[in-house]
Design a protein around this ligand. Structure first.
Ligand SMILES: [Zn+2]
Length: 432
């Protein structure tokens, strides 16, 4: 089946951030076969979609999160990270069964799709369930079973085996839409020898590593107290960065630590809203950009955000660093857009497949209703997408050429049932 979308404003996010007015994209077998001006003759196509005046752009890439935690959205706000984790999140998460993960993740998948995210990273447990939901929903994901090593040696080994079995089983499945990683949760939750074992397994399986790093000052100080080094040097010594690595947060970094991340080409998932909400601080994104470090965007979970609308993250990253540094030229709109798309694709090591609309890449794209007031006057569409739009402007979503959202409605999952069951599972949790 050969499909062409015509008369659209196409944001390619290619090397030159080219915008094509009255543009078209065509695809076959899930792969883009044409990106350019609307051709005069389209009768060679099986399906012609008229997107008159609408914006067509790459699907967004959310590079850090814990989708099942959407069940805890709004349960505990306005607390410091450590207290929030230890007294609120962990006691409830300890009660999570596969059923909780099923409905929490389903809720997240529908929310992400409806707000234009087509690829997401998930670090959690019960990941077989997550992978099954990704498969059924038609979405794309980079998944890992996050392991916390604050337990007995037997338990550590059990978790490591579970994480590697998951990673080996699912990598490249769902027609290539699911890729995996190995994930020590953090340096403060995994003893050094355990981190080394996880990294060794990542080498064996030839997979990237995903880890939380330097999110709070407390965590950095704890690392110094326990191991005599700050987290970046600590993880470097443990060999983590010898694997392709994606770190979440990277808020508290020295110049030397930034240089180390640049040296190893470590990718960063910047989670500005979660970092602000938990009072963790503001990552040194301008310095990362100066050093050529790949900065992508993540929401973290809905328990600390409290939604998964990556448009909010895009606007936040464009504003936050301007305000913080008293410098309005920092993180321009084009860079914010790239962070949510092509840099996101780089951060999950899939930029040869996704992140921009270019011939040969996967047909993962979203269509925004640019007839609404937020896009008037019709002027700079990149500015409107970053500064004026929200995820609620997304009308249609395609992954690998298959339509998953049509006029704002999810075609692959039953939204009413998901909402009902998510509430039912939340009610079942025993609150303190
Ligand atoms: Zn996280």
């Amino acid at each position: 089946m050969r499909t062409i979308v015509i008369h659209a404003t196409v944001l390619t996010v290619n090397e030159t951030n080219e915008v094509i007015y009255d543009g078209a994209i065509a695809f076959e077998n899930g792969v883009l076969t044409y990106v350019g001006p609307t051709p005069e003759a389209v009768d060679t196509y099986d399906e012609v979609i008229d997107a008159e005046g609408r914006i067509v752009m790459p699907g967004l890439v959310n590079t850090h999160g814990h989708t099942a935690m959407s069940l805890l959205r709004g349960y505990a706000d306005d607390l410091p990270l450590q207290e929030w984790l230890e007294t609120k999140m962990w006691p409830l998460e300890a009660q999570f069964t596969e059923e909780h993960v099923r409905w929490g993740t389903s809720l997240s998948i529908i929310e992400m799709l409806k707000t234009g995210t087509t690829t997401f990273v998930d670090m959690y447990d019960n990941m077989d369930m997550v992978a099954e939901l990704v498969t059924a929903s038609g979405m794309r994901a980079r998944l890992c079973r996050g392991v916390i090593g604050l337990c007995s040696a037997e338990e550590q080994t059990k978790k490591l085996e579970e994480a590697s079995a998951f990673a080996a089983k699912w990598n490249g499945t769902a027609n290539g839409r699911i890729m995996t990683m190995m994930s020590p949760h953090g340096a403060y939750t995994c003893p050094p020898d355990y981190v080394e074992r996880i990294v060794a397994r990542a080498h064996e399986l030839d997979l990237p590593v995903h880890i939380h790093m330097s999110e709070t000052e407390w965590e950095v100080q704890q690392n110094v107290n326990d191991y005599g080094t700050r987290p970046v040097e600590h993880l470097e010594k443990l060999g983590v960065f010898n694997r392709p690595t994606l770190v979440a947060h990277a808020v508290h970094l020295t110049d030397e630590e930034l240089d180390t991340l640049a040296k190893y080409d470590v990718k960063v998932s910047h989670n500005p809203i979660s970092n602000l909400k938990l009072g963790s601080g503001i990552a040194r994104v301008p310095e990362m950009m100066e050093r050529g470090i790949c900065v992508s965007l993540g929401t973290d979970s809905s328990a600390s955000n409290n939604n998964l609308d990556l448009f909010e993250e895009m606007k936040m990253v464009a504003l936050l660093h301007k305000g913080h540094r008293h410098n309005p030229v920092l993180v321009p709109a084009t860079e914010a857009l790239r962070m949510a798309t092509i840099y996101g694709a780089e951060a999950v090591f899939m930029d040869d497949q996704i992140g921009s609309l270019e011939v040969g890449k996967q047909a993962d794209f979203i269509v925004l209703d640019s007839h609404s007031v937020f896009f008037q006057p019709k002027h700079d569409p990149i500015s409107h997408v970053v500064y004026a739009a929200s995820g609620r402007d997304v009308k249609d979503v395609y992954v690998q050429g298959t339509q998953l959202i049509k006029d704002g409605k999810c075609l692959t999952m039953d939204e009413t049932a998901v909402i009902e069951n998510a509430n039912r599972m939340f009610e079942k949790l025993e609150k303190k």
